[in-house]
Design a protein around this ligand. Sequence first.
Ligand SMILES: *[C@@H]1O[C@H](CO)[C@@H](O)[C@H](O)[C@H]1NC(C)=O
Ligand SMILES: *[C@@H]1O[C@H](CO)[C@@H](O)[C@H](O)[C@H]1NC(C)=O
Ligand SMILES: *[C@@H]1O[C@H](CO)[C@@H](O)[C@H](O)[C@H]1NC(C)=O
Ligand SMILES: *[C@@H]1O[C@H](CO)[C@@H](O)[C@H](O)[C@H]1NC(C)=O
Ligand SMILES: *[C@@H]1O[C@H](CO)[C@@H](O)[C@H](O)[C@H]1NC(C)=O
Ligand SMILES: *[C@@H]1O[C@H](CO)[C@@H](O)[C@H](O)[C@H]1NC(C)=O
Ligand SMILES: *[C@@H]1O[C@H](CO)[C@@H](O)[C@H](O)[C@H]1NC(C)=O
Length: 454
Amino acid sequence: MAAYSSYLSFMFFCSLFRSFLISDAIVPPNETFTYVNQGPFENFDPFEPIVSEYDSSYRRLPLFNTPFGLCFYNTTRNNAYTLALRMGVPRDNSVIRWVWEANRGKPVRENATFSLGSDGNLILAEANGQIVWQTNTANKGVVGLAILSNGNVVLRDSKGNFVWQSFDYPTDTLLIGQTLRLNGGPYKLVSRESATNNVDGDYSFVLEPKRLALYYKNNMRYWSSTFAAVDIKNVVLTNATFKIAEGEYEGSSFHEIECGLVNAPLMFQGSGYLALGTVLYNSSLSYFRLGIDGNLRVYVYNVNVRRNALFQSFTLFVNPMSENSRNRINEDECQLPNRCSKFGLCEDGQCVGCPTPKGVFGWSKDCDTKSPGCNASGFTYYQLKGVDHFTVKYTPGTGPVKRSDCESKCTMDCKCMGYFYHTDSSRCWVANELKTLTRVGNSTHSAYIKTPIS
Ligand SMILES: *[C@@H]1O[C@H](CO)[C@@H](O)[C@H](O)[C@H]1NC(C)=O
Ligand SMILES: *[C@@H]1O[C@H](CO)[C@@H](O)[C@H](O)[C@H]1NC(C)=O
Ligand SMILES: *[C@@H]1O[C@H](CO)[C@@H](O)[C@H](O)[C@H]1NC(C)=O
Ligand SMILES: *[C@@H]1O[C@H](CO)[C@@H](O)[C@H](O)[C@H]1NC(C)=O
Ligand SMILES: *[C@@H]1O[C@H](CO)[C@@H](O)[C@H](O)[C@H]1NC(C)=O
Ligand SMILES: *[C@@H]1O[C@H](CO)[C@@H](O)[C@H](O)[C@H]1NC(C)=O
Ligand SMILES: *[C@@H]1O[C@H](CO)[C@@H](O)[C@H](O)[C@H]1NC(C)=O
């Protein structure tokens, strides 16, 4: 009996102690909120249409720090909404952009709620209470939510520290000052599938110890950065921040991805950056985006402009025939895996041909290869001279090997659609997806495409 009562008093003491801790961490009532996804859309007025990215309809929440603001948006009539941060204001008549989002791939329905409870957890839930997304910050000292002037959505504690920040959860976009990190992440951006379908797409922009790289389907590299310093042994990258920097010459600022270097010799310190075009005006409102098409772009926002306030100031893959392809890191659009859809020959940014066993025909969107099947005596190869696969430029392939060994490797692999071989270096690349082939005008480079017999 005595043991029982002392257990009870111990319990009592514990609960006192606990409630003391919780009350210390509680969000003041005027900082808590619950917003419901219902009501009219802001851009519904047919006389004054507001165009928002992906042709979406949106509902604005009273959580904003102009030109940033949180909204629910949809891109279809399928009752599927994303909670996102917009950049831009309706009055400037330019397209509103979605620069951060909470629930890609996990849309919520009509009447879903977005709430900050007194325990400090920020929750996106369906009307029936089912939690779809949350910050997991209950009882961690959160006292309120704020949208900072740089577009970072933060949950602050009483000392002003960030218990949680949206900058740590990018999807396909980096704002100025946002960082990718190798240790603890986030270490990559993932593209969006399509304008209407907000799920992960096929492309990723990845920070690695020795480079920044672009991948198609996680393992097919189609671009990577080069930093002189990183080529040195032991020198590695740790982080990559999108920022604006002063240039060598007075008054010339530029956007850059600056990478943190570890073990770099003194002469190389500060050289781990990727220049992304010159700034046009005060461009602290800019964003870096891995696009639906796998391209990298920088957009600049000018608050003082009333029309077309957003300007595209940098594109990594450009048409080499266009005038604005001056930046030294620019690449030919032909390097984009899907430039010519399922299959096609690309030259100077244009799709110029549809290869077939009977020769190269004019390109069309329907250009494709026939599935060769798994039976080695059921298919053969046809050769295309002077072409490379999109992985060739930035991956070493294997070798030196004989062409016949390269071919065997492809023949034995049902998934292999063809192989690429350089006779000058005896290197071999096998490809499970052909997509865009680039004409290189170098007859030592050839493609061998599998084709069914018959
Ligand atoms: C809540 O109240 C505090 C203290 O009165 C005030 O400083 C703060 O701005 C209020 N927050 C909101 C969102 O109104
Ligand atoms: C979003 O949903 C509403 C309600 O169903 C619909 O009227 C609107 O057309 C949708 N927006 C888009 C862009 O499909
Ligand atoms: C949303 O909730 C309101 C009541 O607040 C209700 O009238 C309406 O039917 C609900 N909409 C849907 C699609 O469930
Ligand atoms: C990036 O890494 C460098 C080198 O490790 C470090 O000095 C710097 O503080 C880091 N920056 C950020 C924003 O994490
Ligand atoms: C640039 O714009 C930002 C945000 O509007 C502002 O905070 C900053 O002071 C401006 N800088 C200059 C140099 O005008
Ligand atoms: C493989 O293809 C050859 C030629 O078309 C055919 O004779 C043979 O039966 C096929 N083998 C299998 C296992 O389908
Ligand atoms: C063909 O490519 C090789 C490198 O793979 C290069 O050394 C050679 O100069 C190129 N030839 C022509 C004609 O461009």
